[in-house]
Design a binder for this molecule. Structure first.
Ligand code: HEC
Ligand code: HEC
Length: 325
């Protein structure tokens, strides 16, 4: 009698405790461990000398020399603005904290709120082509798209599924408690950026004009208004540990957070290709605080969303979420 009762208790215990424990462990894997996973890029000299390896190497070369293949004088197609993927994804996406692409293989296909659907790697690559390179899509079956995908899969091959290594993308920068200031940004630009990126932000071209030695920051050859870098937080986070090029790093930033925000405000107030995608942000509630185009789910203007201060926007969002609960 006593025995069968304790068996029952044991059985009930297993039925309840086990699923809860498994759920909790899975939750931890998803929410905690990802950020702790340190990542070192695989050595490119280990890319195999096979047909598959050749495809991976071609993909890497496309990252570093996009303009040579696909720029205004491209030898394969003329479908982009002269920039290279590597101008923003340093070391062909292999450098931590530099729009690092270590998490692409482990996380795509992935649901993203900008498009409101599950995105394939091919879709995401084309998004950068159309926005950051102000260009046209590649066919999913083209030799170039297959090579770019093969390279990204190779780059992230050691990262377990759904894990986001610590240096993936860019580190988040804390928001300013004032509006970002274009006038301050202009003088910091003159002191710290102009030598390479030029007086008109136009960069410096290769001798044969096939691409750029120093890429443009605004003007007709730069990224368009729908690119990630056009959001002040994306720009500020990227430059905080990567610019000025050659001296700044994640371990040794050269700019203060304030300087990064003011530079972002200045650069993203200059003229650049005006191209919008009507299917962006199907649910306007998901627009990030610094997304500069309405309509919004709150009453703040486009100017406040673009330049800040973002504190009141975030507070309003928090309140709205707590009310709708
Ligand atoms: C002008 C800068 C710029 C250029 C040039 C650029 N990208 Fe990007 N790319 C970004 C930024 C910024 C993000 C992250 C956007 C965000 O966080 O919303 C990104 C994100 C990505 C992602 C998704 C990463 C992830 O973990 O979700 C892929 C894949 C990608 N880019 C591929 C490419 C390829 C391929 C090229 C060249 C054809 C390219 N990019 C050129 C700025 C750029
Ligand atoms: C010593 C030269 C140099 C200086 C100074 C410099 N950069 Fe750059 N910058 C580069 C190079 C080179 C790249 C492209 C890196 C690559 O292709 O590997 C780049 C890339 C960029 C990019 C991404 C690509 C693009 O054109 O949109 C941004 C944004 C940027 N720099 C902003 C800045 C800002 C802001 C400053 C001033 C704080 C600055 N840089 C100072 C050389 C420089």
């Amino acid at each position: 009698m006593k025995n069968s009762r304790s068996n029952w208790i044991l059985a009930i215990g297993i039925v309840i405790v086990l699923p809860v424990t498994i759920y909790f462990l899975l939750w931890r894997v998803k929410h905690e461990s990802p950020q702790k996973y340190a990542w070192v890029a695989p050595d490119s000299s280990t890319i195999p000398l096979t047909a598959e390896g050749a495809q991976i190497r071609y993909g890497k070369s496309l990252f570093g020399n996009t303009s040579y293949y696909l720029g205004p004088k491209g030898i394969v197609a003329k479908i982009s603005n002269g920039m290279n993927c590597q101008n923003c994804h340093l070391d062909a996406g292999a450098r931590n904290f530099a729009n690092c692409l270590s998490a692409v293989a482990s996380t795509y296909p992935k649901y993203r709120t900008r498009s409101g659907h599950n995105e394939s790697v091919e879709f995401r690559i084309n998004e950068c082509l159309e926005r950051s390179l102000n260009g046209e899509k590649l066919d999913s079956l083209s030799r170039e798209m297959r090579a770019l995908v093969a390279y990204l899969r190779w780059l992230g091959k050691d990262v377990p599924r759904n894990i986001v290594p610590a240096g993936a993308g860019v580190p988040e920068i804390s928001f300013l408690d004032r509006a970002a200031d274009t006038v301050r940004g202009r003088s910091i630009y003159a002191a710290k950026c102009i030598t390479c990126h030029g007086i008109n932000g136009a960069g410096v071209r290769n001798p044969d004009s096939s691409g750029f030695v120093y890429p443009p920051l605004w003007g007709p050859d730069s990224y368009n208004i729908s690119a990630g870098l056009f959001r002040l937080s994306r720009f500020a986070s990227f430059i905080s540990c990567n610019m000025p090029f050659g001296t700044a790093s994640h371990a040794k930033p050269q700019l203060s957070h304030e300087e990064c925000w003011d530079l972002a405000a200045y650069v993203n107030s200059q003229a650049r290709p005006d191209r919008k995608f009507p299917y962006d942000w199907p649910d306007i509630k998901n627009k990030p605080a610094d997304y500069p185009f309405g309509p919004y789910a709150d009453a703040f203007s486009e100017a406040v969303h673009k330049f800040g201060p973002w504190g009141p926007i975030k507070e309003a969002k928090r309140l709205a979420a707590s009310i709708s609960k």
